[in-house]
Design a protein around this ligand. Structure first.
Ligand SMILES: [Zn+2]
Ligand SMILES: [Zn+2]
Length: 215
């Protein structure tokens, strides 16, 4: 069996696992597909992950967000983007966090006014880390000149006096508040190592820390 055939065999098995009655199997299947990344980004897989975004189990929903994020621009279909926008209103903090992350990774195709409006709303989320991930997704999209103009226009329309670099942001680790443009510097200076409050393990990136916390 060639590598390609082997890959599609694996993908087919993972697709059936997404329909398993055991939620742990469904979320592991999402995780495995996410690990395969772009290689697994067939339209069937993307459609199944979109269905998983509406799963009754929050762990499955968040793994589906993560998987779509890892597939990045390849998963940026309008259906996937719309469902991720809905996921910004999920009842689970971690699902909202990873929905922001996924949208941020989808690049230009996700830089629509619907997405931006969703992310701008999410910047007022009750959870600090979710607010942070919304800001970061907006910042990531703003690194592209075209999307940067789209974002600035939306912010202007929404009554913001500032451009994205001067958006207010709260640190997810301490009481620091400032603007987006200075946040990375703050993170590097004060939180280059974050320590888990439960087990004491240290992390050098907020994403690794977040992944550790929910696993
Ligand atoms: Zn801080
Ligand atoms: Zn820990």
């Amino acid at each position: 069996m060639g590598e390609k055939a082997a890959t599609s065999e694996v993908i087919n098995r993972l697709i059936s696992a997404l329909g398993d009655s055991d939620k742990n199997i469904r979320s592991s299947a999402c995780e495995a597909l996410g690990k395969m990344g772009e290689k697994a980004a067939t339209s069937e897989v993307i459609n199944r992950l979109i269905i998983a975004l509406a799963d009754s189990d929050s762990r499955v929903r968040l793994s589906a967000c993560q998987a779509l994020g890892k597939m990045g621009e390849k998963a940026a279909t309008s259906e996937a983007i719309n469902r991720l926008i809905s996921a910004l209103g999920d009842s689970d903090n971690d699902v909202r966090f990873y929905a922001c992350e996924a949208l941020g990774k989808m690049g230009e195709k996700a830089a629509t006014s619907e997405v931006m409006n969703g992310l701008v709303n999410t910047m007022a989320d009750k959870d600090r880390q979710v607010r942070f991930s919304a800001c970061r997704a907006i910042e990531k999209m703003g690194q592209n000149a075209v999307t940067n103009d789209v974002i600035d226009q939306i912010l202007l329309d929404r009554g913001f006096k500032n451009d994205i670099k001067s958006l207010p942001i709260d640190c997810s680790f301490c009481q620091w508040t400032g603007v987006l443009n200075n946040y990375q510097e703050h993170l590097d200076e004060h939180h280059s190592n974050s320590t888990c409050e439960y087990c004491g393990e240290e992390f050098n990136s907020i994403n690794k820390y977040k992944e550790h916390k929910i696993s």
